[in-house]
Structures are given as C-alpha cells and as structure tokens.
Design a protein. Structure first.
Lengths: 554, 205
C-alpha cells in the first residue's frame, strides 16, 4: 500500500467473501500420518530383524550350483534359510558360504550337524536329487544330536547315506580293497537288504580300506561280535558233486556290489558289538566262514624238477585238506657250488592239521613247540610232492603225504624257514621208469636178432625142400597100398551083407526064434519089475538088508 | 509486485474466484462456498508430516522384498534394487535405468527436494526463488511416474497365478513403496508454492 505501488486495481468490483465463524483450533491431525508411517516402518524393520535367524558359515570345496541369495537351505524338504553370501576361503582352497537361517533355526546348528549340496546324482544303485535338475541345487541339512552349538561347518562332498534320525547303527569294516563297493551299496542279511555302505576311506598306512556301513534298525541287533562280513559282489560259481551252482545275493549286488553278513554259528544271544570293533571284510562267503588261522609257519621246499604251473597261492594239500599255500617261488644261486635251485616258500597253518584233537584242542592252536610236530611228521615219512591239479591247465599244487619208503630225512629247525624234504612227483616217477625202460630197450641187440631170425627162416625153407624130395615118393607108395586095402575091405563088406540077410530071415515075426525071444523078453520084463519093487523096498527100509523083511513095515 | 494477500484479496482454490477478505476471522468463497485462506493453512506442517512419513517408509520400501516369485525353478524374493541389478546383469540396461530412475531416484529426489524447499521457506532464503519455483513444478509433475513399480507388481501378482508352475506374491515393500509415492505426492500437494515468494514481500515491508 505504498505510494509507488502500481495503480490501484478496481477492488470494488471484487465480491466480498462470505464471512464464516472461525473454526476451533483443531488438533493437527496430519501428524497422525507420519506417526502411522513410522509405526509401520518400525514394525516392518523390527519384524524383519526378528525373523532373521542365526547365521552359519559352511565350507564347501566348490560353489558349483550355489547362488548367493538364492540357494535355499532345506531340512526334511522344509525351507530353513538360504545362502546369503559366497566368498572364497582365505586360503583359496574352497568357498565359504554364509547360511542365513530362519528364526528358530538355532537348534539346527549343533556340533554334529552336516550340510551338503543336493545335486542330481546317479550312481550304480541310487538316483537322487533329480528334482534339482528343475529346481536348482539346494543345500540340505542333517541335524545332529549334540547340544553343543556351532557356527562353522564343513560341507560334505557326498550326501550322507543315512541321516542322523534313522535308527540303526554304523559299523566299521576293514577290507583289502574296496572291490566294486560304493557309497550306497547294499548290505544284505539273509539276502534281505538291511543297510548300506555309508562311507569308505583308505587307512592311514594305505594298506587297507576302512568301509563304514550302516545297518538299519531293527536288523542291527543281528550283528554280533562273531558276525562275518564278505563281499557279495558278482557271482559265485561252484562246481561240486551236485553239478554247477551259481550263487549271487541279488541282481543289484551283481551290478553294483554289496556286502553280506552272517553269524557263523547259532548263538543264543548275539555278542554285543562295541563301538570300536572293526570287522574283517572277506572276499567271499567261503573265506568268511573259514575258521581263522591264528598261526602260520613258513617252510621252504626245494624241488629237483620244473615248477612250471606252480604259482604263489597254490594250495598245500594234505590228503585232500588244504593246510597252507605257496607264499613265493624264488630262484637261488649258490656261488660256491655254482648251482641254481628253486626254493619254494610255503605257509602252513598247523591248526588245520588238528581241527579235532583227541584229548582236547591246544589253546594256542599249535601242537608242540617250534615245529616239533612237523619234525615228527617228517621223521615218519612225510614229504612234499608236486602234483598236477589239472591236466588241462597244467596247474600244480604241493601235496604233503607220507612216503614210508622215502629215504630218511630230518627237518632242520635251525634254518629259518626250515626246509621240508621233498620227493619226486608220481608223474616224475613214471617218467623215470619209462626212461629206464627205454634205456633197456635201447640195449636190446635188435640187428643181431633180425639176422638170427633170417637164418632160422632159411633153415625152415631147407627143411621144407627136403620133405618135398624125400618124403613125397614114399607117401605115394603108401597111398597105393591103402587103395588096395580099401578094395579088399569092400569085398568083405559084401560078404557081411549076405550074412545079415540070413539073420534077417531067421528073425522074422513068425519064426520060432522070434517067439522065443519074445517070451524071453517078457520074462526079463517081469524080472525087472520085481527087481524094481525090491529096490523100492530097500530104499525105504535099508535095514531089511540086515534084518530081513519085517511084517509091520508094509 | 504486490501479492494478493497484501491487498486483502482471497483466491478460491476450488473455483478460482477472487474475493475480498471479510472482517470475520474466516471466509468462504461466495460462489462455491469453499473455505478461503490467504495461504494454505498449516502448509509447512502438513508438508513436513507427509514428508517424514514418506521418509519413514522409504527405508523398508527399498530394503524389504517387493515381490516373491516361486516357480518350478525355485523361489526367489526380490527387492527393488535386486530387480534393477538383475535387469542390468541380464543386459537390459535401458530398462534398468528407467526402473532405477522411476523407483529409486524420483522418490528420493522428491523427498530431498521437498525437504530443501521447506527448509528454504522456513529459513527465509531469498536467493534462486525462480529456480525453486521451477523445482516445485517439476516435483509435482513427475510424482506419479514412481508408481511404475507398483503397477508392475500389481500386474504380475494378478496375472502370474499358475499355482503349481509359478506364482508371484507382493512383498511387504510393495505397500510401503506405494505409500511413499502417495505421501510424497500429498506432501507436494500440501506445499504452498506461494510461500517461496512471501519473504520478498516481508522483506520489502
């Protein structure tokens, strides 16, 4: 309203506003808006913060399939969190995944909880994690039983074969090699699958494989401290008196291998297995059930013949019982005598000689001390001999048997290993016999014999000639004489014929001579009849010859 | 330049009619009977209130997931920023920039600009009035762009409901973000731009 203001507008023509009573000073309701907003924001933040569960760090070898912020963590297929961050480990040997778990997941993070990445996995007997082909990999949890809390975990490379909440028990087996076993390979009891291989690892010294198996409840109570475990892989073909028998645990084990176990003899109550028991995993059922050999003695055999066909592992046979095996075959050169010999090292299990012993079995499994038992057997004529196991393959085995005629020998126990005396094999015997026969045959003067024979033939020939010239004319004269004699004989015959005609006439039926003859014949028949009666009587009553005919004997 | 208020004139915000202020403590438009005032009553307080609310909700809107996606290929939850990063990573740079501008920059810019305007008015700054007036006009006009995200989420939630195959659910950030946009618009609306010029009159007086 200053004077230098622009010209006054025509305010008169502006209508006057309507007067209204002044509204009471109302509460600034608008401040409710930020209050509500703050409340909502605060609540959202608080609830988010409250819903944040614990964080765990999991070491994995690789982050294959893992996605930071995306990969879920599942326990029994329930979402319990996700992988928040994935970083390389400080020493670059792996990755560290930060697991953001849901609220209330503290119980999951205990000492023996295990994490592993579920990926599609196809092994011999199991196909797992196929759903992850579509849904992407996820991290699975197996919650342990410990109450000790833990934040740092090492992720498993292989999913565990069994989870902690599966009842049963795990056992440790010791095997020479893993065979065709893999994690998840079945374990059979009476051909029923009762468990599986959980893990395997090479032993510290690298000389054996430790296989951890898991037997599901309730079958775990059939495991006894005396149970035997064996590889049930493949087919067991046996040829015996009943023919060929093919045995396998199951088609699955045929393909992927497996383990079978049994308790060799019936026990009233299984012997409880302690947690540190390590069972031996045998190659086959037969081996598993063989009674264990507690003692093994080494001996050396020296054969004076070829050992072709004899291999380490060949059996030592005592009258059909395998009592040991060939351990090694060496060649030995003695520079003094410049002789090469072939010592065969064998291992004998003396217990097998005495599986039953009159008077009670020895505790140590050994009879006598330091091979005295064997020394006595040798004194009584026991010798080792190479024998052919199969004529087809030429395989040899070593037989122990008694040869009472063998030259005397002693077991020298001073040497280690002692040398067990040997005897030539039967085949070798045969060979030497044949050889000596051939030698004898060689000494036979065949040429001289042939000359003699020729000479003999010549003299025979000369003899034949002499017969021809000297004997033949004489024979002819004799024949002429014979002919003369024959013609005379013919004449005599004619005379005889005439005589017979007279006789015939006199014997005609109407002639007197005939009638007389008939009467005589009849009389003769009667006589014969009485004689027969007498003979019969005498036969029945031979005493009649002495006492005469008794009147009542009729 | 004299302001209408100095001449005792009132402008109706509803029908635009100019009228003279009566002697009564309050006035109403003689034509449309709307309440009249020289300046929007408690403009600064309202503006601050909305602005504070917007700020309070801006944090959860950006940190909480805005969308849960579950499909055969797994489930995931996305915040606004992770969505933008995903777009950027997958090569859709322009789309990422658009979303970034509309969803992050614009609300934040609005909040900061409004706070600056309010502060400048309250502190009685005199410089760059014209620029500040232009800034206000800009804030008002770009306000609704920010609803882009909400539209996307709303559309996806409505469309992608294939139960087994895929499902999209709105996360807690979605209502928060919607509220931020609405609140910043309300704040811009409640701010009376005439206040920018009032100090000139006061100083001149």
């Amino acid at each position: 309203m200053n004077g230098d203001a622009p010209p006054e507008p025509q305010l008169d023509r502006v209508p006057e506003a309507l007067p209204v009573p002044k509204a009471g000073r109302s509460l600034p309701l608008v401040w409710i808006v930020p209050a509500v907003a703050l409340a909502i924001g605060g609540w959202l933040a608080l609830s988010t913060w409250l819903e944040r569960g614990p964080v765990a760090e999991i070491h994995f070898r690789t982050a294959e399939g893992l996605q930071a912020g995306k990969t879920r963590i599942k326990y029994k297929d329930v979402d319990v969190g996700h992988i928040g961050e994935i970083n390389l480990a400080a020493d670059l040997t792996g990755v560290v995944a930060t697991a953001q778990l849901s609220k209330g997941a503290e119980k999951l993070l205990v000492e023996d909880t295990r994490f592993w990445v579920v990926r599609p996995r196809i092994s011999g007997s199991t196909v797992s994690g196929l759903q992850t082909l579509l849904s992407g990999t996820y991290v699975a949890v197996d919650v342990g039983k410990s109450t000790q809390r833990r934040r740092l975990f090492i992720g498993l490379e292989q999913p565990p074969a069994f989870t902690t909440d599966v009842p049963g028990r795990s056992l440790t087996l010791r095997s020479e090699d893993i065979g065709s076993l893999d994690i998840g390979s079945p374990v059979y009891y009476r051909r029923l699958q009762v468990g599986q291989v959980a893990a395997y690892a090479l032993e510290g010294d690298g000389k054996a494989v430790k296989v951890t198996i898991f037997i599901n409840a309730p079958y775990d109570r059939f495991v006894s401290a005396n149970s035997r475990f064996w590889h049930a892989s493949g087919i067991d073909v046996a040829l015996d008196a009943e023919g060929v028998r093919v045995k396998t645990e199951s088609l699955v084990s045929l393909a992927v291998g497996g383990i079978a176990f049994a308790t060799p003899f019936e026990e009233a109550e299984p012997v409880p297995v302690t947690s540190d028991t390590v069972f031996e995993l045998y190659r086959g059922q037969a081996q598993a059930f063989k009674s264990p050999d507690r003692v093994a003695d080494s001996y050396v055999l020296v054969f004076n013949q070829s050992v072709r066909g004899l291999q380490p592992g060949a059996p030592i046979d005592f009258r059909g019982i395998v009592v040991g095996e060939v351990a090694a075959i060496h060649t030995q050169y003695d520079p003094q005598s410049e002789r090469i010999s072939i010592p065969v090292e064998i291992r004998i299990y003396p217990e097998r000689f005495t599986s039953r012993l009159l008077g009670g079995a020895p505790k140590s499994g050994r009879l006598g001390k330091d091979g005295k038992f064997m020394a006595r057997l040798v004194e009584r004529g026991m010798r080792a001999q190479l024998r052919t196991a199969s004529l087809l393959t030429g395989q040899l085995y070593v037989a122990l048997d008694f040869f009472p005629d063998a030259p005397r020998a002693k077991l020298d126990l001073a040497h280690s290993p002692p040398e067990l005396p040997t005897t030539a094999s039967t085949l070798e015997d045969l060979q030497t016999t044949l050889l000596s026969l051939a030698n004898k045959l060689e000494r036979v003067p065949l040429e001289q014999m042939a000359a003699d024979f020729t000479r003999t033939l010549q003299s025979v020939d000369a003899l034949a000639k002499r017969l021809d010239t000297e004997l033949a004319p004489e024979a002819r004269a004799t024949l002429a004489e014979m002919r003369k004699t024959l013609s005379e004989a013919t004449k005599t015959m004619g005379d005889a014929s005439r005589t017979f005609g007279v006789a015939e006439k006199s014997l005609a039926p109407d002639s007197a001579l005939f009638a007389e003859l008939q009467d005589a014949a009849r009389e003769l028949a009667r006589t014969a009849q009485s004689l027969r009666t007498l003979a019969d009587y005498l036969e029945r009553n031979p005493q009649a010859l002495l006492r005469g005919k008794s009147p009542d004997s009729q | 330049m004299s302001a209408a208020a100095e001449l005792g004139l009132l402008t109706c915000g509803t029908c635009g009619l100019l009228s003279r202020a009566p002697a009564a403590p309050a006035a109403a438009c003689p034509r449309c009977h709307a309440r009249l005032a020289f300046r929007r009553p408690r403009s600064i307080a309202h503006c601050w209130a909305y602005l504070v609310a917007a700020m309070a909700l801006y944090v959860p809107a950006n940190t909480l997931p805005i969308m849960y996606t579950s499909s055969l290929f797994g489930s995931s939850e996305d915040t606004i920023m992770s969505g933008i990063l995903f777009l950027w990573d997958s090569g859709s740079y322009y789309l990422a920039l658009v979303v970034f501008a509309a969803s992050i920059v614009v609300p934040l810019a609005k909040i900061i600009a409004l706070a600056a305007l309010l502060a400048s008015v309250q502190l009685g700054w005199r410089s760059r009035r014209a620029e500040r007036a232009r800034l206000y006009r800009m804030i008002e006009s770009i306000g609704r762009w920010s609803m882009l995200d909400i539209f996307v989420v709303a559309l996806l939630v409505a469309l992608v409901q294939l139960t087994a195959l895929a499902a999209v659910r709105a996360g807690p950030a979605a209502p928060a973000f919607g509220a931020v946009v609405v609140l910043t618009m309300a704040a811009a609306q409640s701010f009376d731009p005439r206040l920018i010029w009032d100090h000139e009159r006061r100083r001149a007086a």
